[in-house]
Design a binder for this molecule. Structure first.
Ligand code: PGA
Length: 241
């Protein structure tokens, strides 16, 4: 039985105080699933201090343990701040910061060595989707990003790039189909038993109106949500689908 996990990806939004106020409200709510928020690095310490049931995560980590990497964030500091998870390989990072599957794999290993749960994002671009390349692209991303890691301690997020922030969500059928492809690929790489333990999220224009049907899909165990996670009321509807 996989515990559903819904994570808000705040991206480069929300102030430090504002985020803590939001979190305090969330903490008063009742919910039965795992709920988490991915915040800007500078908010992590304050957020963690105020979190008891809500998971708090970073949005990036460097693949090296330490060294001359100006501006980067180390897994060691994430661990020191008691961060629960870290998003890696988000399409915005792949697109704007040239993050590759190889980097994502190293980052996931670095996080796992500190007991921080990687949320590994994969997903095809519009061009690839239109050229019917989704299966190949996603399988390749999973093959490299998820290589030789303790997979059951990771979450995989399938986020078609064309659905992120566009209001154009994938249909439940597409989302389920690709999440199933991911689980099958993990079965091939690891074992059925391991693959069955991995939680796979869908992300891309998830809204309170669409979450319940998404969560009914057999291979979808949660969601990674951008826009709709920025208001307490809508986040509450998401985690209480
Ligand atoms: P969105 O973002 O829900 O605003 O489409 C999702 C994401 O980027 O993780």
């Amino acid at each position: 039985m996989r515990t559903p996990i819904i994570i808000g990806n705040w991206k480069m939004n929300m102030g430090i105080k504002e985020g803590v106020e939001f979190l305090k409200e969330l903490e008063t709510l009742k919910f039965d699933i795992q709920a988490g928020i991915g915040v800007q690095a500078i908010s992590l310490v304050d957020m963690k201090k105020n979190a008891s049931k809500v998971l708090i995560g970073a949005q990036n980590v460097h693949q090296e343990l330490d060294g001359a990497y100006t501006g980067e964030i180390s897994s060691e500091l994430l661990a020191e701040a008691n961060v629960d998870f870290c998003i890696v390989g988000h399409s915005e990072r792949r697109q704007y910061y040239n993050e590759t599957d190889e980097n994502v794999n190293l980052k996931a290993k670095q996080l796992l060595s500190k007991d921080i749960m990687p949320v590994i994002c994969v997903g095809e671009t519009l061009e690839q989707y239109e050229a019917n390349e989704t299966k190949n692209v996603v399988e390749k991303q999973v093959e490299i990003s998820c290589k030789d890691i303790n997979i059951e301690n990771c979450v995989i997020a399938y986020e078609p790039v064309w659905a992120i922030g566009t209001g154009k969500s994938a249909t439940f059928e597409i989302a389920q189909n690709v999440c199933k492809i991911i689980r099958e690929k993990l079965t091939e790489m690891y074992s059925q038993e391991d693959a069955d333990k991995v939680r796979i999220q869908y992300g891309g224009s998830v809204k309170p109106e669409t979450i319940a049907d998404l969560m009914k899909c057999p291979d979808i165990d949660g969601a990674l949500v951008g826009g709709a996670s920025l208001k307490v009321a809508s986040f509450e509807q998401l985690i209480n689908y």
